[in-house]
Design a protein around this ligand. Structure first.
Ligand code: FE2
Length: 245
């Protein structure tokens, strides 16, 4: 196979009170209708709001047993696409839970349409969090040009929730030639790095970049959850200073 999963998959793993992750099965990147042979892992974050609603960040492939498990924790309510690359399974969850609200990231509707992915988005994310979760989760749009994404901060656990902004692949979990390719990008454990596609847009958008970084610093996160690779379970401030300085 060449790549290892974050076993066990499709089960809720608590990381703090009211916050957990679910590691998913392999995903494959498709570029111009060609599916690349590299499988990669992805991860969903689940926050339980104080009213019992669940916030599902970047939902992984729908899995009935997982859905049942999540329903024991709360009501599956918010299905969130943080960027235009993480949305493909929202339609599956939405079909199973039609009362859930689907939240769109910039350009995600166009992307889904172009790829014939069956999903309807009811609401749009904005720079300020909606009243549904603003008392518990803050957010800001991180300016990565084409790769821009909404990043979130879960207040009670002081956790930053990122999708592709930082990637931290464990080289031991992938085989050649991908291992060497990943090494060249610098986006690997233990240091991680900003996703390479975002770096030029970030350089060009100094003002927006500084505003976003100021906001991230003001949150004083202690932990960072990532969608790809290993999370940073502690010392988030050091990681942020090193990567965003
Ligand atoms: Fe991604």
């Amino acid at each position: 196979m060449g790549t290892s999963l974050y076993e066990p998959i499709n089960v809720y793993k608590p990381v703090a009170p009211a916050l957990g992750i679910v590691d998913g099965p392999f995903e494959y990147l498709t570029i111009a209708s060609v599916t690349l042979p590299l499988p990669f892992t992805t991860r969903m974050t689940v926050a339980r709001l104080s009213n019992g609603d669940l916030f599902l960040h970047s939902p992984i492939k729908f899995h009935a047993k997982l859905a049942e498990e999540l329903q024991t924790l709360g009501t599956i309510r918010h299905l969130v696409s943080p960027n235009q690359f993480h949305y493909a399974h929202i339609g599956e969850w939405s079909k199973a839970y039609p009362d859930a609200i689907t939240w769109a990231s910039p350009r995600v509707r166009q992307r889904a349409r172009a790829r014939n992915i069956d999903v309807e988005f009811a609401r749009d994310l904005h720079d300020a969090p909606p009243e549904e979760w603003r008392d518990e989760i803050d957010q800001t749009l991180f300016p990565g040009g084409y790769f821009k994404e909404f990043i979130f901060f879960h207040g009670s656990s002081r956790t930053l929730i990122l999708t592709d902004t930082i990637i931290n692949i464990e080289l031991g979990k992938i085989s050649e030639p991908w291992r060497t390719a990943t090494r060249l990008t610098g986006m690997y454990y233990p240091h991680g790095q900003i996703f390479f596609g975002m770096r030029l847009p970030l350089l060009l958008r100094r003002q927006k970049r500084m505003e976003a970084i100021r906001k991230i610093r003001s949150w004083q996160p202690q932990r960072i959850i990532l969608s790809h690779g290993r999370c940073f379970d502690a010392d988030a401030d050091e990681v942020i200073e090193r990567i965003f300085r």
